[in-house]
Write a protein that binds this ligand. Structure first.
Ligand SMILES: [Zn+2]
Length: 880
């Protein structure tokens, strides 16, 4: 899976308030249950027939399962959540209805036998609207129905009765009856297609190779299809007809072919699945590596030509999922504690592939921003965990699709890659894939193979890098002797409670910012490393050049002074990104004050030109606040000085917009950044003009998504006429995105009546909103300057959590917890939440607990940052 780390999180369909309170807590499977089942079960074969009506809320299926059992002393659990069994039969014996329990079917000892067993189950199930199991989406414009599956981690059993754990590999033969106008896509390519009466067709898909259940899939609907081929492998892309014009089909096929070629060569193991389908889908939050039928979220596609950063993200996501075909699909983890091995590898490999197989040569900068920086941020949280951490039950795994599993894991692999050397690393991977193809493997088996190619002790590397938490700090000490530098001392400040982690780094000695630095490789084997040589005296020393090491950098005083004056002039954009990130991390650690950071912004940022650095710094100034890193505007106590800074940023963004090339990516970037920061009368007046299509920057062609962005910003500050604008736009854009835009624009209005209305809608879901629609409201309800209004709903917030903290709908509750909390960088709100959590948090699901704890820690961090800057902590709430 590719997690959407920033932006809208995964949210489930809103059930009613009372419904949620009564809803079953999430289905779960413990590691010990899974291990016991694995010990007695083998040779599993599923033969499933599914009947998909053209509309309605339910579908039906008949499942035939053959499996071999070695031990019949205990009943056997067959996972099946949410569906309804109409009849079932085990080894020819009819089973009573009572064999179906809340989350599974319990096969009784009396009907089991050693050797081959057979089950037949006739069932119905409801479509999901929360991307769990088989989801349904009805296009509001065309009324067409689309179905898609999402089974990771434990949701194949919402679709069909099965033994749903990664090491119980099985084959699936499938037949699907569906409306004749639909395309049906699954793991294998159909071998027959037969018309039946009443405009329906039956698709027959032959048996898959033995796969983990979470990697099966089924997608159906009146898709538009594009076809191509690579090396005898048929390639197809599927999308809704109404989205077709926004899909860059040529680019996708090119990246696909180049990617397959790259991975075939890199792993010396040819793509084995005979076809490669990719589907672009509405209401799917992320992307998913279903074998040979990969799915992607439509969210990645703007309703106009993609900018380079958008294209890069599309290509990287495509290559991430493709890497999983080898890492995850051919070789699968045994249990969810090795999720990182899947995700970190896919994330790291996609950077290599991006560099070699696409036009995006800024792959390492992308890797830094999307993965390493995410890892560092997550590692700052008290909810941090080791990369390889015990996962006692599958539900716990839902809480670790995070910056550690993806970002820090991938960063550690980059470090191992540099530590072993790229060639040895590749040889090890090749042997690993060949050895465990179509089997499951765990960390020890992985390391045992890599060890053959390394003279370093990889067992020690694993214990220290993968099983310990936290980020170490690197500091360089250096002093020139006249014009010469003869020794560099690198100190590693080991994260408290951990054992030293060795790593190899490149040290940059920078003389003039415009020149290439002198690079010295250092193998750091102890907390103090001395590197001796004879170099001309530098002005600035950086201990993690090229970003191979995993550590935050603490600047020595001389280097910090130099950085403050020269940052924008440094030649290497990756180094600039790293430095900005280090500075922001020290603000967050309350070591570098907010005003000091703002001064660097004012001095250095205006001259910056690299798009990725611009994006990264704008995110620290005015990005979306929240647990993913905070912003200057969030941390700064409201008042005249903050307003002055905000005004300066509005001017700066507007100036950069005017200077940007007509119709180019940079113009779009500043246009959108300015729109989202606009708060003064001058700035909002400009936004209002643009929203009416007047005085647009030359060459700018507004798309519907941007028009919603403008409208939402005007609604946020109650601009006269904004309501009418929203109403007209809603008529003009009746698509699902238009509906979401309209919800966001309404919910953001700073008006107690509007807020009450939406809080009530979200609590009881009167409107039966889809997951994505609910999110549009959640993430618009209380923007920064409206946090005071959120406090009015504190009682609802606590009541809701008490009732729903352990709901099966944990993604929805997570959104609620993140956006509806009363926190506002003041102790008077954070303290009650702290006390509430100390009394109640054990009752909540792991995902919800983590979200609340992160929110609380971020709020307390905000208070510390204000205190360190001498700002008022008890500050006044801005909104009424
Ligand atoms: Zn993934």
């Amino acid at each position: 899976m590719k997690c959407a780390q920033i932006g809208i999180a995964v949210v489930s369909l809103l059930l009613g308030f009372s419904q949620i309170a009564q809803a079953a807590d999430g289905a779960d499977l413990t590691l010990s249950e899974a291990q016991a089942r694995k010990a007695r079960l083998s040779q599993i074969k599923y033969q499933l027939n599914v009947n998909l009506p053209d509309k309605g809320e339910t579908y039906s299926g008949t499942q035939h399962i053959d499996f071999e059992l070695s031990d019949i002393r205990k009943p056997l659990r067959l996972d099946f959540f949410g569906g309804k069994v109409r009849s079932m039969e085990l080894n020819g014996r009819r089973l009573p209805k009572t064999a179906q329990k809340k989350d599974f079917i319990l096969l009784p000892v009396a009907a089991l036998k050693t050797g081959i067993n057979s089950i037949n189950i006739d069932y119905t199930a409801k479509y999901s609207h929360q991307s769990q199991g088989l989801s349904q989406f009805v296009d509001p414009e065309t009324k067409e129905t689309f179905l898609f599956s999402q089974f990771e981690s434990f949701d194949a059993n919402r679709f069909m009765p099965c033994f749903d754990q990664p090491d119980l590999r099985a084959s699936l033969s499938l037949s699907v009856e569906a409306p004749a106008s639909w395309q049906v896509v699954s793991t294998t390519r159909e071998t027959s297609l037969q018309a039946t009466k009443e405009k329906r067709r039956v698709w027959t898909f032959p048996a898959t190779p033995p796969l983990a259940t979470y990697l099966f899939s089924l997608h159906a609907g009146p898709f538009k299809v594009w076809q191509d081929q690579f090396d005898g492998i048929p390639l197809r892309i599927f999308a809704r007809p109404s989205m077709a014009k926004y899909i860059p089909v040529e680019d996708w096929f090119r990246w696909t072919k180049n990617g397959l070629k790259f991975y075939n060569d890199y792993f010396a193991f040819k793509y084995p699945f005979k076809k490669y389908d990719q589907l672009i889908l509405p209401e799917l939050p992320d992307a998913m590596e279903n074998v040979a039928a990969v799915t992607f979220s439509e969210e990645m596609f703007p309703r106009s030509k993609a900018t380079r950063p958008q294209g890069r993200l599309q290509a990287e996501t495509l290559l991430h999922e493709m890497a999983h075909m080898w890492f995850g699909d051919v070789v699968t983890m045994s249990w969810w504690q090795d999720l990182w091995l899947n995700e970190s590898f896919a994330s790291f490999m996609s950077a290599l592939a991006l560099l070699k197989a696409t036009e995006f040569n800024e792959a390492w900068q992308h890797f830094f921003v999307e993965f390493k920086a995410w890892g560092y941020r997550e590692d700052e949280m008290l909810t941090r965990h080791a990369i390889e951490a015990p996962i006692p039950s599958v539900r716990e795994s839902n809480a670790i699709y995070d910056g550690i599993t993806y970002g820090k894991g991938a960063g550690s692999l980059k470090q191992l890659w540099a530590y072993m050397g790229p060639e040895k690393f590749q040889q090890g991977l090749r042997e690993y894939i060949q050895t465990y193809a179509f089997q499951n493997a765990n960390l020890d088996q992985f390391v045992a193979i890599l060890q053959k190619y390394s003279s370093s002790d990889l067992k020690q590397w694993t214990d220290r890098w993968l099983k310990q938490v936290g980020t170490d700090l690197l500091e360089v000490q250096w002093k020139c002797d006249g014009q010469e530098l003869k020794e560099i001392k690198i100190l590693t400040k080991v994260f408290p409670g951990t054992v030293y982690r060795p790593q190899g780094v490149d040290v940059a000695l920078v003389d003039s910012p415009a020149d290439k630095p002198t690079v010295v490789h250092a193998q750091l084997e102890a907390p103090q490393s001395h590197i001796r040589g004879n170099w001309s005296c530098p002005n600035f020393v950086y201990p993690n050049f090229n970003d191979n090491g995993y550590a935050q950098v603490q600047f020595d005083p001389a280097s910090l002074e130099w950085v403050k004056k020269n940052l924008a002039k440094i030649q290497d954009p990756l180094l600039r990104l790293q430095i900005w990130n280090d500075l922001w991390a020290s603000v967050r650690a309350a070591e570098f004050t907010l005003p000091a950071y703002v001064k660097v912004v004012m001095d250095q940022f205006p001259q910056e030109t690299d798009p990725m650095v611009l994006q990264a710094v704008v995110t620290t100034i005015s990005g979306r606040p929240g647990p993913n890193g905070g912003t200057v505007l969030e941390y700064w106590t409201p008042g005249a000085k903050r307003d002055e800074f905000l005004g300066q940023m509005e001017e700066l963004y507007l100036r950069r917009l005017k200077e940007a090339q007509n119709g180019g990516d940079e113009q779009k970037f500043w246009f959108e950044s300015f729109t989202s920061i606009a708060q003064s009368h001058m700035a909002l007046a400009k936004v209002n003009e643009w929203a009416h299509g007047k005085n647009l920057p030359a060459g700018m062609d507004l798309n519907l998504d941007q028009r919603w962005m403008l409208t939402r910003q005007l609604m946020r500050f109650e601009w006269t006429g904004a309501n009418l604008l929203a109403l007209n736009l809603k008529k003009e854009d009746p698509s699902d995105r238009g509906q979401e835009g309209a919800i966001a624009a309404e919910a953001i209005e700073p008006n107690l009546k509007v807020k009450s209305k939406w809080v009530n809608i979200l609590k009881v879901n009167k409107l039966k909103l889809s997951n994505q629609q609910a999110n549009s409201a959640f993430y618009s309800l209380f923007p920064l300057e409206q946090r005071g209004l959120a406090q009015r709903f504190a009682a609802d917030f606590y009541k809701y959590l008490n009732a729903n903290g352990n709901s099966e709908n944990e993604d929805l509750v997570k959104s609620f917890a993140e956006t509806m909390n009363p926190l506002n960088c003041r102790r008077q709100e954070s303290e009650p939440l702290r006390q509430f959590l100390s009394r109640n948090r054990e009752k909540f699901s792991p995902t919800v607990q983590k979200s609340l704890l992160n929110g609380l820690q971020e709020d307390e961090r905000c208070q510390k940052i204000r205190a360190a800057a001498g700002m008022s902590v008890s500050g006044n709430a801005v909104a009424q």
